[in-house]
Design a protein around this ligand. Sequence first.
Ligand code: DHB
Length: 392
Amino acid sequence: TTTAVGIVGGGPAGLMLSHLLARAGVPSVVVDARSREEIYATVRAGILEHRTVRSLVEDGVSDRVLREGYEHCGIELAFAGARHRIDFADLVGASAWLYPQTEVFKDLADARERDGGDVRFGVSDTRVVDLEGPNPGIRYRDAAGDEHEIRCAHLVGADGSRSTCRRQVPADAATQIGREYPFAWFGFLCDAPPSAEELVYSHSPHGFALVSQRTETVQRMYFQCDADEDPAAWDADRIWAEMDRRTRVNGLELRTGTIRDPAVLRFRSFVHTPLRHGRMLLAGDAAHTVPPTGAKGLNLALADVRRLAPALVRAVRDGDETGLAEYTERALERVWRAQHFSYWMTTMLHTGADGSEFDRRRQEAELRTLVASRAGRQFLAEGYTGWPADED
Ligand code: DHB
């Protein structure tokens, strides 16, 4: 096969890129090692910035998010025994949407199928070759074990945080910048009615907890745990006791139910730069990851490809690579703002491993200062709902 753009990774970033290219008349082929069902079954975050929602609708993917998603006009910060609402609508005239990432994936996969896109799920042994030459390639085996090759003018690595594409960049051609955190999230779904109308980010002396939602009958919750926590060590009673002591102190009464899909999510802040190596470009988690507090990951991945798509279109159609040359710098401006936002939300809300009394009181004072100040609440609301596109 030959195509204009070869895309490794059929998650939201890869599929959205393929979709945007197709709308501009540029062909692409997407491959992914996972099956469609496997990707759809992976529980991921559930918050979309309003720009992400607008793009899904206005860029012609689907308007299902408007019908099945939930618009949230605020969040709550809970600490020191009380709940405080951050009113996005009043502060910044914007909102965030509760709509699971797996549904975004489904909408994108359906849109590619509807529009005749070439997406090959469930391939194995994926390799990228000749990244520095004029016609890089993707090699893989299909389900029957037969070897295939896709040659393209531009190759995009949108293959997630464990990216094989990124690993092909020689060590001396890139810089990796990041930090680790001494904690993780224990996340689970439960069959219960919502405990709150909006998301509650709860800071407590026992650690952080997040009460999120999915539907009227399914909820999503997380609590801070050790980085090496074993989910098998947690039965339902222990999970609810832990969630309860981190939320009840702040005046929230949880509604419980059967727990499903318990898992420990590792935290990392990470940026790989530059985003371009030879004729390969990186997008989404392959290029950067943020800790989950604030749910920026998917939004950032889609912001990358909205910037990358027009640059690729110009390169393919007019041979003009200015946009590709500027991609790293322009995309990383937003990435670093989101890095700061995610780091800030994380360190403000989680308790330190050493449980220092100074840090606990300092954090509580930061939260008090924040909620007492309209400017402070506005700062949070701007970051949470997503900075405007023209600030990219
Ligand atoms: C969810 C995940 C997040 O990381 C977050 O900040 C808010 C919500 C979620 O999965 O619902």
